[in-house]
Write a protein that binds this ligand. Structure first.
Ligand SMILES: Nc1ncnc2c1ncn2[C@@H]1O[C@H](COP(=O)(O)OP(=O)(O)OP(=O)(O)O)[C@@H](O)[C@H]1O
Length: 268
C-alpha cells in the first residue's frame, strides 16, 4: 500500500465552532507533508484527530504504519531528566532503551539537567528524540521549529531531512512558509474548516505567478487587490474610484510573495 494516511470527510466542531468541515486528503508513504493555516485554522485539531488523541464528529481516518508523535511543550514532568524520559518512553513503547538519539540530536550535553531547566530548542530536540523511540514509520511534528534560533532551526531541519532519507513519512503543522517550501513534498492550506490548497510548493508558486497585487493609495488610505488580469482590474478599479470622486495618489503593481498569496488565500 502506497498510502500512509487517508483522511475522508473529517469533521470536528467545538460546540458551535466548526473547526474541520469535511477534510479530504491523502499522505503517501515517505512523503513530507505540511498543514498550513493561520492561528486557529485547525491544524492542531486535525493532527490530533489523525494521531488518535482527539475524538472527531464524523469521517474516516486510515493509518498505515506505526506513529511517533512529537509532544507539545510542557508535556513532560518538570523534574524529569532526558535519560529518564527516554527510559520511560521506551518502556511505554516496549522498545529497547537506546540513548544514541540523545547524541545525534545534541542533547548529550544537557542530560544532567531537568526538563524545566531546558531551553525551548533543547526541549524540542528531546521531544523529537522521544517521538522516534520504537522506530515509527510516520512522525508527527506540531510547529517543530517555533521559537528556535537559527542554529536550532538548521539542526532540526537536518534531522527532518535525515528522517526523510530513511523513508519516514513526516507530517507537520507550521506557520513558516519558507520552512515548508524547503522541507515538504506537499502542503495543504487549511482555511475556514476546508482545504484551500493541496499540492506541491511549485504548484502553489505556479498558481501564484499568474497573480498580481495592485496597491492603490488614495486620500482615504491604501488598499491591495489580487488579480490575474491587471488590465481589466485596473480599468474597473480606476473607473469605480473616478465615479466616487476618490483621487488616486499612487499605484503599484507587483507579483507578491508566496506568503502574501497565502495570506490572501486564507483571508478570502
Ligand atoms: N479543546 C478545545 N475546546 C474548544 N475549542 C478549541 C479547543 N481546541 C481548539 N479549539 C478551537 O478550535 C480552533 C482551532 O484550533 P487549533 O488549535 O486546532 O488551530 P491551529 O491552526 O492549530 O492554531 P495555532 O496556529 O494557533 O496553533 C480555534 O478556534 C480554537 O479556539
Amino acid at each position: 500500500m502506497n498510502s500512509a494516511i487517508q483522511v475522508c470527510g473529517l469533521k470536528k466542531s467545538y460546540g458551535s465552532n466548526i473547526v474541520l468541515n469535511g477534510l479530504d486528503f491523502e499522505i503517501k508513504k515517505g512523503e513530507t507533508f505540511a498543514l498550513l493555516g493561520v492561528n486557529g485554522a485547525g491544524k492542531t485539531t486535525a493532527l490530533e484527530c489523525i494521531e488518535g488523541l482527539k475524538k472527531y464528529d464524523s469521517g474516516a481516518i486510515t493509518i498505515n504504519g506505526k506513529m511517533g508523535i512529537q509532544l507539545q511543550s510542557s508535556s513532560l514532568p518538570a523534574h524529569i531528566k532526558p535519560r529518564e524520559a527516554i527510559r520511560l518512553f521506551s518502556k511505554w513503547n516496549r522498545a529497547k532503551v537506546d540513548f544514541t538519539m540523545l547524541n545525534a540530536l545534541g542533547i548529550k550535553d544537557i542530560e544532567k539537567k531537568q526538563y524545566i531547566q531546558l531551553s525551548t530548542g533543547q526541549k524540542r530536540r528531546l521531544h523529537l528524540a522521544l517521538a522516534l523511540i520504537g522506530n515509527p514509520d510516520i512522525i508527527f511534528l506540531d510547529e517543530p521549529t517555533a521559537g528556535l534560533d537559527v542554529e536550532g532551526r538548521v539542526s532540526l531541519h537536518e534531522q527532518i531531512r535525515k528522517l526523510k532519507s530513511q523513508g519516514k513519512t513526516l507530517v507537520f503543522a507550521s506557520h513558516d512558509m519558507a520552512e515548508v517550501e524547503t522541507l515538504c513534498d506537499r502542503i495543504a492550506i487549511l482555511n475556514h474548516g476546508n482545504i484551500a490548497f493541496c499540492g506541491t510548493a511549485s504548484e502553489l508558486t505556479e498558481k501564484v505567478e499568474k497573480k498580481y497585487f495592485i496597491h492603490i493609495k488614495t486620500q482615504h488610505g491604501e488598499s491591495t487587490f489580487e488579480t490575474d488580469n491587471i488590465e481589466d482590474s485596473l480599468i474597473t478599479l480606476l473607473g469605480e474610484l473616478k465615479q466616487n470622486e476618490i483621487h488616486v495618489l499612487d499605484i503599484k503593481i507587483d507579483r507578491g510573495t508566496l506568503e502574501q498569496h497565502f495570506i490572501e488565500m486564507t483571508r478570502r
